[in-house]
Structure formats: C-alpha cells, structure tokens
Design a protein around this ligand. Structure first.
Ligand code: FUB
Length: 339
C-alpha cells in the first residue's frame, strides 16, 4: 500500500525528515510508551529495546527485549529521569523470551506493572508485578494472569475506580491463534471480506491480579455500524491498544500495524462498541507505531516512538512526546511526527 511504501521510503531517507520532537532519553533505546500521572508526576512505562542480533521477521523475533526501565518527568519540557531496571526477565519465573509493551496502574496503595512475555512454550501471556513505588523495583507474580493471552496490555482506570485491561495483537502478537478460544498454532487471520479480529477487554478484580469476568471482544464499527473487515488494513486493529476518556466519551486507539497508523474510535462505554473516527498519528520512521494518550496539568499529550535516533532500525526505537488536540466536536487533530 502507499502507506507501507512511504514508511519504507522514510526509513531509508530519515535525514530528510525533521522530527517534531526529540527522544526523551538517548543513552538507551525505548519504545511503546505507556504514560500515566501518579502523585502529580509523569511516569512513562516503555519497552527497552536492545540489539539482540536476531534477524527481522513477521513474528517480531528481532524484538528480543529483556528488562524494563521506567522514565519520570516533573514537566513535559523538563528533564527526564531513567530510574534504572524495574523488572528483569530472569526474575519472572514463567517467562521465556520477548518482554514487549508494558503498562501500569495504581490501586490498593500499590503500583502494578502489566507486561506481555512469551512463556516457556513460546506462547505470549500477560503477567503482573507489584511495587510500593511507581518506578519499582517490581516483583512478578509466580504465574501469568489466568485467562490472559497475546500482547500489549493497556489498563484504563475509569472515574468510578474500576480498572479494565485491553490487550491483543495479531501476527507476532499471536491473537489469530486464539480464534477458537484455545491456542492453535495453525489458526490464521480471517479472510479479507470477513470481520477483522477484535482486540480484547476484561475488567480487573479489586486485587488487580486477575480478570474479574470472561474476556470480551472490543467491537470496532464503521460509521454505518458495520464491524471493520480484516481486509481493511488502513483501519482494522493490529496491536497497541489504549483507552482514554474525554468529555464523558471513551476513546479506544490502536495501531493498524502493516499500514503503520495510530487510529481511534469513540464509544459510550469502556466495553464499546467503538465507532471508527480517523488517524491520530501518521506513520513514523520504523515499522511499528505505538502510543499512549494522557492528560497532564490541563493539557493532553501523545507519547509515541520512532526509529530516527538509530537511523531507521525498526527494533531500536526512542520514545517521544508531543501535544494532542481534541477539537470542540471531540475529534482529534492528526499528528505528523515530521515537519
Ligand atoms: O515492542 C514490541 C512490540 O512492537 C509491541 O508489543 C508492539 O506494540 C510493537 O510496538
């Protein structure tokens, strides 16, 4: 597609693109930034990209990350602190490989770090780790969250104190292998004219360690109320779920993966259904696009990543931030990461 071509062109011509924002940190590579405000401060929970020397493939084997570093900021334009290793893969008893995009939440006077990692059978599950501090160190629970699968957990705290986890990702994220409700290594994506695979949602228990209900599909509809189709690569869900609430509405945003957009859909409940609206962030340098949206000191921000610092290496990314604008009618202004 044109979007794929343009992003591939972009990643070989990164010198001609002028980023609108700088990496938050430059001494390590970071990606998939999940931003939260705890106690009036901004905390960013990113993946920690490394050069593991594994060739690139459609399963994402080249993303072979092994620990997390949490970043903190008192102000968006001020200094960024790297708080060191918060959780190492070797301290997760059930983990095999690939520590991917995490998220965090606060409840019960405790901070919870949620993370996807392949178990020893090479199946992605979602784990949780606890700490007294937003920056860790975090201690992992001995087993993954029961009933969890696939990748990219995003935990949304609603105004009534309930927490919901959104998750899932196709291709390397293995969501297509769960179509029957059980893991099937041979299960494929639906045909182009069939309904696309849905991201998942489940309310969390009060102890924040379990799903409190059966996992549900998150329905994403077009403006006519029809579910998006699997062949609609410019709009269908791929990975990188995020949920924010604005003016009483629920905004579900995500990456379209192989067309490289961050897009969004609006609904009236944390469960959806959500109606597709448009693009939040255009393709960035590098294959993946992954973001979060947070309100801080009265303004809205989009945290995202790109591979400009590494000269276009897709598995060596850097997290960045820019302001996000909701128009008076509730729609979001599209961001381009380059001038
Ligand atoms: O960082 C590894 C994976 O790449 C994430 O889990 C996806 O969302 C994509 O950004």
């Amino acid at each position: 597609s044109a979007a794929t071509d343009s992003v591939h062109t972009a990643s070989t011509k990164e010198d001609s693109l002028n980023p609108i924002s700088d990496p938050l940190v430059t001494d390590i590579y970071t990606a998939d930034p999940s931003a939260h405000v705890f106690n009036g401060k901004l905390y960013i929970y990113p993946s920690h990209d490394i050069e593991a020397g594994i060739p690139q493939n459609d399963n994402g084997d080249h993303f072979d990350m092994r620990d997390y570093h949490i970043l903190s900021m008192d102000s968006v334009s001020g200094s960024v602190k790297d708080n060191g290793i918060a959780l190492n893969i070797k301290d997760i008893p059930w983990a095999g490989r690939q520590l991917w995009a995490p998220d965090a939440a606060y409840a019960n006077k405790t901070y919870y770090l949620y993370f996807p990692v392949k178990d020893k059978q090479d199946i992605f599950r979602i784990g949780v780790a606890k700490s007294d501090s937003p920056t860790g160190p975090f201690k992992a629970e001995p087993t993954p969250i029961e009933g969890s699968f696939s990748i990219d957990p995003a935990v949304f705290a609603d105004s009534d104190g309930k927490h919901y986890m959104y998750f899932g990702g196709i291709w390397g994220g293995q969501l297509q292998r769960w179509r029957s409700g059980k893991y099937d290594v041979n299960s494929k994506e639906p045909d182009s004219n069939e309904v696309a695979l849905s991201p998942k949602v489940a309310r969390l228990s009060k102890d924040m360690l379990h799903f409190d209900e059966k996992v549900r599909d998150v329905q994403i509809l077009d403006k006519d109320g029809k579910p998006l189709l699997a062949g609609d690569h410019n709009r269908r869900f791929f990975e990188a779920s995020w949920l924010h609430k604005y003016d009483g509405k629920y905004y579900f945003s995500y990456s379209t993966g192989d067309t490289h957009y961050i897009v969004y859909a609006i609904g009236d409940s944390p469960y959806g259904p959500f109606t597709y609206q448009g693009v939040i962030l255009k393709p960035v340098i590098g294959w993946t696009n992954h973001h979060s949206i947070v309100q801080f000191k009265g303004k809205w921000y989009l945290f995202y990543h790109d591979s400009s610092l590494s000269g276009g290496k897709t598995h060596l990314r850097s997290v960045k931030v820019t302001e996000l604008t909701h128009r008076p009618n509730g729609t979001i202004e599209t961001v381009s990461a380059y001038k």
